[in-house]
Design a protein around this ligand. Structure first.
Ligand SMILES: *Cc1c(COP(=O)(O)O)cnc(C)c1O
Length: 361
């Protein structure tokens, strides 16, 4: 068997490791920010029929432009968006990759504010786009001043703002988005993967009119409880969609994906009915850990970043032994915990309570 270093790999991939959040069948899996609630039965019934109908047509290539789904997504997002302003792919990661293929590449750069989503640098590597990481403030916020200073200094081609931010949960103000947009003439992506959980800030979709370099990214993997289908999407100027059409693979969105996702959007109210409960569980988890002396960072998402552990690797391992999976992201003394069902959340609260107050383990 050959090793990786025996192969003529591209220079910027040498020494890199693939994305790899642990996947394990455990009773309480709270490590990748999925919605852990069951899907509504009325949706399952209708999607089953839609999938059967789609299967009867899989001898043909699917609708390359998936207009039915784009119309449904535009209607769901509102703000007067037309289907021409909406684009989708197999997870928002694929749309982000298409954006980097179209607007990044050799000699160009992507800038973001760290700690942030671990896929951004990997997507940059994969498209040979330079990666510029600018540290967030101590409380993980990005002020308009910080955004403008970093963009002015580095002159990136693309900036991605994760709002709310993964893994810290930090919400982002529209003032920062506007300031970042005005600070350069490149592409600004606002990754709103967790937006449905953040009712306090308005969506950056409201900023789209008159801003043709702004792209707002969404996913069905989180609040929609649809991670297994792989469906992410953007809202942007229709010219941006035309650019992505240059790099997408033909028929990239399967007929089955289109059928399942279109049905899910039709059932969006029921699909999103658990959002309030998840937020309440997030706040219960946060309040409990705060009372034990842990540092719970302000979160607008369905997870919390918790500090105050002595050894996050040990905490991960001890929870894992109890059948509880959380995320150790290499932020010293911190772990990230997804808010699950009341039972799952109680399980992780009980386990950490048994470890003791902050600074014990
Ligand atoms: C989970 C997540 C996504 C979603 O990725 P998909 O490919 O749509 O599953 C995108 N951005 C961030 C910041 C995330 O945490």
């Amino acid at each position: 068997m050959a090793e990786l270093h025996d192969l003529p790999l591209r220079d910027n991939l040498v020494g890199k490791t693939p994305y790899g959040a642990p996947q394990a069948a455990v009773p309480v899996s709270l490590n990748v920010n999925e919605n852990t609630h069951p899907l509504p039965e009325a949706f399952i019934a209708e999607a089953t029929e839609a999938l059967a109908a789609a299967l009867r047509g899989v001898n043909r290539y699917p609708d390359r432009e998936f207009m039915g789904l784009r119309e449904a997504l535009a209607g769901y997002l509102g703000y007067g968006l037309t289907p021409e302003q909406v684009w989708a792919a197999n997870g928002s990661n694929e749309v982000l990759q298409q954006i980097l293929q179209a607007f990044g590449g050799p000699g160009r750069t992507l800038l973001s504010f760290t700690p942030t989503y671990s896929m951004y640098p990997l997507l940059a590597d994969g498209t040979d786009t330079g990666w510029i990481a600018v540290p967030r403030a101590a409380d993980y916020t990005v002020s308009p001043e910080l955004a403008v200073a970093a963009i002015t200094e580095h002159q990136p081609d693309i900036v991605v703002l994760c709002a709310p931010n993964n893994p810290t949960g930090t919400p982002m103000s529209l003032e920062t988005v506007v300031a970042a947009y005005d600070a350069f003439d490149g592409i600004l992506i606002v990754d709103e993967a967790y937006k449905e959980f953040d009712s306090a800030t308005e969506t950056a979709i409201s900023l789209l009119p008159g801003r043709h370099r702004l792209i707002v990214s969404r996913t069905m993997s989180k609040a929609f409880a649809f991670a297994g289908v792989r469906l992410g999407y953007i809202a942007a100027d229709s010219a941006v969609v035309d650019a992505l059409r240059l790099v997408r693979l033909p028929y990239h969105l399967s007929g089955l994906t289109q059928a399942a996702a279109t049905t899910a959007v039709k059932h969006s109210a029921a699909m999103l009915a658990t959002v309030d409960e998840i937020r309440a569980e997030r706040d219960r988890l946060g309040a409990h850990l705060t009372s034990l002396g842990y540092t719970v960072h302000d979160s607008g998402a369905n997870f919390v970043l918790v500090g105050g552990f002595v050894d996050s690797g040990l905490v991960f391992a001890r929870l894992r032994e109890q059948g509880i999976l959380v995320r150790d992201l290499g932020i010293e003394g911190h772990i990230r915990i997804t808010a699950g069902t009341p039972e799952e959340t109680t399980a992780v609260i009980d386990a950490i309570t048994a470890f003791g107050a902050a600074g014990t383990v």
